[in-house]
Write a protein that binds this ligand. Structure first.
Ligand code: PEP
Length: 249
């Protein structure tokens, strides 16, 4: 099996401050030479501050368009020039609040790669979909939208984050077994397209990860780290989550 280096990614959403960048980045620096990639996704207006601190970073979304008359949008190419290496794509808040469709998500994924950013594709079912036993169907549809547009090889330089919508910001974490089952489903699905992509692609879990549950989640065979919302704004919780990912492959 390919050794996959774990990732701990902090999604600050529309939170944070210049002070918080300084506080968190001085901790995150300590992981530079350890077996974990720590990535901060600050609000776009704080991105250059994170870059200045020498920490891996990304945007929380990007526009699917090339430069042009799109007031208020984040241009992928400029984010890359600024020093961002990654971008979240299709976070559930983008899908539900800003009505991003699977097609638009696939377009953003393409724009990210064209601009040199590594996309972290977020997928996951709502509570109603889980109760209706549609989890696999929903997750497969969201991933297939990208594969259908760009081909399976596009996933080589990307990351997937499985984030059940019912677990995001709710304190209701998926159990390690529930999360592992969906991660395995995703890896098996990718395997049916391309074995190498399936074994090397990193799949993160997101949804109320904290310092108490991170170790058991990250210990699962197909969970390669986490996408952390609320806990990524708290220095002690975030560093303890990073510690639990180090060496966990
Ligand atoms: C997220 O925003 O991607 C997330 C997982 O949030 P939280 O950790 O707060 O549930």
């Amino acid at each position: 099996m390919t050794q996959r280096k774990p990732i701990v990614a902090g999604n600050w959403k529309m939170n944070g401050s210049f002070e918080l960048v300084a506080e968190i980045c001085s901790e995150v620096k300590k992981y530079k030479n350890l077996n974990v990639d720590v990535i901060i996704f600050p609000p776009a207006l704080l991105l250059s501050e994170v870059v200045k601190n020498g920490i891996e970073s990304g945007t929380q979304t990007i526009s699917e368009f090339d430069a042009g008359a799109y007031t208020g949008e984040i241009q992928a190419q400029l984010a890359h020039e600024l020093g961002a290496k990654y971008t979240l794509i299709g976070h559930s808040e983008r899908r539900s609040i800003f009505n991003e469709s699977d097609q638009q998500v696939a377009d953003k994924f393409a724009q990210a790669q064209k601009s040199g950013l590594t996309p972290i594709l977020c997928v996951g079912e709502t509570e109603a979909e889980r109760e209706a036993a549609q989890t696999e169907q929903v997750v497969a549809r969201q991933i297939r939208a990208v594969i259908d547009k760009l081909g399976i090889a596009a996933l080589n330089d990307s990351v997937i984050a499985y984030e059940p919508v019912w677990a995001i910001g709710t304190g209701k974490t998926a159990t390690p077994e529930q999360a592992q089952a969906v991660h395995k489903f995703i890896r098996d699905m990718l395997n049916s397209y391309d074995k190498q992509v399936a074994s090397s692609l990193r799949i993160l879990y997101g949804g109320s990860v904290n310092e108490k549950n991170s170790e058991s989640l990250f210990a699962q065979a197909d969970i390669d780290g986490g996408l952390i919302g609320g806990a990524s704004l708290k220095k002690d919780a975030f560093t303890s989550i990073c510690n639990s990912a180090v060496g966990n492959v």
